[in-house]
Structures are given as C-alpha cells and as structure tokens.
Design a binder for this molecule. Structure first.
Ligand code: HEC
Length: 163
C-alpha cells in the first residue's frame, strides 16, 4: 500500500515537471537569429521619423503631452510614445507595418475619421521598414526580444507591397 502511494507521488512529480517544461515551451527562444540593428536603416528611419512622425509622436518618440489621458469620449487618442514607455513594442512587425501603411482609427467605430493618417501612398516599403528598425533601436534589450517573439509568433509575415 505504501509503495503504491510512492508510485503515485512519482507519477505526479513527472507530470508536474512535464507541465512546467510545457510552460517554457509555450514561449521558446526564437529559432531565427535575433536581428541586430542595421545602422543605415536606423539612420534612415530616424530621418523619416523626424520628417513625418515627430510632429505627433514627439521629437524623441516620447509621445504627445498627456497622451495617456483619455479624451472626452473616454478613449486614448493622442499619439503614444514609441520608446519603452509606450506600447509599440507589444506589437509584431506586421502590425506596426500595417499601422504605418493604413493609419489607425477607433477599432470600435470603423466609420470615424482616422486618428493617425495612412502613409502607404507617400512612404516606400523600405522607408516603412527603416522606421520600424529605428523604433526598435529605442527599446531595451528585453522589449526588443519580446517584440521579436511577437513577430515570430504572428500568423502572417510582414507584408510586402507589389513592386
Ligand atoms: C497626425 C498625427 C500623427 C502622425 C503624423 C503620425 N501618427 Fe502614429 N499615431 C497617431 C495617433 C493619434 C495614434 C493612436 C491612434 C489610436 O490609438 O487610435 C498613433 C498610433 C501609432 C502607432 C500604434 C502604436 C501602438 O502602440 O498601438 C504606431 C506604430 C504609429 N502611430 C507610428 C507612426 C509613424 C511611424 C508615423 C510616421 C510615419 C506616425 N505614426 C505618424 C498620430 C499620428
């Protein structure tokens, strides 16, 4: 009887360990090498950012003053920061790319005017990608790794518009 109990205990231990390792398997280390930042893209991204984005998102991507204060309708609609204090680093490359290309509106009111204009007609694919690399250069190592994992987990690759 005693032995039986020990067997159960061992079995529980094995399952317990399997469950723990399952947790780490859900967020594995990226298989694709973590990309290093390309200095030319960072510089180009910074240039485009200053010309096209800084007026709303701040010279150093610090966001509009009071961006975190909800407007009269209770929603956040001022341009958020792109540095570590914002939430840009939560999104995959595809989501960032689509936001820049298509602009951004109220997700609950598709008929409302966009809060951020679309840049798909005036920025090249290379410039949008450079912008993303520039923004990445503003993040801590931890946030960059997080965002890289989000990019790898995304259901679709970052789009490339037709040539
Ligand atoms: C006219 C002001 C304006 C300009 C110019 C602008 N944005 Fe925005 N952007 C916004 C606003 C406002 C939001 C938030 C929209 C919302 O929450 O509905 C936003 C949101 C974003 C987001 C989503 C952030 C997140 O965490 O969800 C990204 C990425 C972004 N902008 C990038 C850019 C880039 C890159 C440029 C320059 C090419 C740019 N924006 C130019 C106003 C602007």
């Amino acid at each position: 009887m005693k032995w039986k109990r020990l067997e159960w205990l061992l079995l529980a231990l094995v399952f317990g360990l399997a469950a723990c390792s399952g947790q780490t398997a859900a967020n594995p280390a990226p298989l694709t090498p973590y990309p290093t930042l390309d200095g030319i893209q960072v510089a180009r991204g910074r240039e485009v950012y200053t010309q096209r984005c800084a007026s709303c998102h701040g010279q150093n991507a610090e966001g509009a003053p009071n961006w975190a204060t909800p407007g009269p309708d209770g929603a956040l609609y001022l341009a958020p920061p792109h540095d570590d204090t914002g939430h840009t680093w939560h999104h995959s490359d595809r989501v960032l790319y689509m936001t820049i290309r298509e602009g951004m509106g109220d997700p609950l009111r598709s008929d409302a005017p966009l809060r951020m204009p679309p840049f798909g007609d005036t920025l090249s694919d290379a410039d949008i990608r450079a912008l993303i690399v520039y923004v990445r250069s503003l993040w801590s190592e931890e946030h960059r790794l997080y965002q890289w994992r989000e990019t790898l987990k995304d259901f679709a690759p970052t789009p490339t518009p037709p040539p």
